[in-house]
Design a protein around this ligand. Sequence first.
Ligand SMILES: Cc1ncc(CO)c(N)n1
Length: 216
Amino acid sequence: MSQRFTDQLRAENQPAWDNAVGHRFVRELLSGTVSDHTMAAYLVQDHRFLDSFLTLLGSAIATADTFEARLRFGRFAGMISSEENTYFLRAFEALGVSEDQRAGVPDTEPTAGFQAIMREAAATRNYVAVLAVLTVAEWLYYEWARTLEGELPTNFVHAEWITLHDNPEFVEFVGFLRSELDRLGPEDDAVARDFFGRATALELEFFEAVYAGGDQ
Ligand SMILES: Cc1ncc(CO)c(N)n1
């Protein structure tokens, strides 16, 4: 049997993909050794990622070609808007990061880049472009979360960020995204490759930026 389209895309984006999956931030998170400073810097940026991510999910709901897919995206958008957003707020409280402090932190370049590509993909009104960015974001996160060996870290800020990206519903959602992109991507190959490649590069840069400020 020929290789799945999404496997091809991932293979074409090595070594960036594996460098993101095995990044220092991921290793420190999984072992529970990431500093509060680094975790706060990451979560402040990632909470902003969530806003454009919901825009992209809205576009997936609008452009999907089946009712089943719309229902699936709708359920996922509900989870992001509730459990995941609440996780951020509890984590900021535990880390002692106030709303004012958060507001004073500028976007890093990869955060701005992600917001731009998610809004760009959403605005194409092309389901394949939307799927390519969503697949990278969710599949790559599942890929690192599943590399946990042994026990979850004891700090909920670390543990829940892992379990949010490796639980039965999330695994099922990643499988759904991949099968949608396998089904439709080959018909719009250039668009799929373009968005998949740029999103993968941004994932790696997003982790890199967490350490760019020094003082870790
Ligand atoms: C940067 C980034 N990529 C992917 C995810 C998973 O949704 C996330 N929360 N943040």
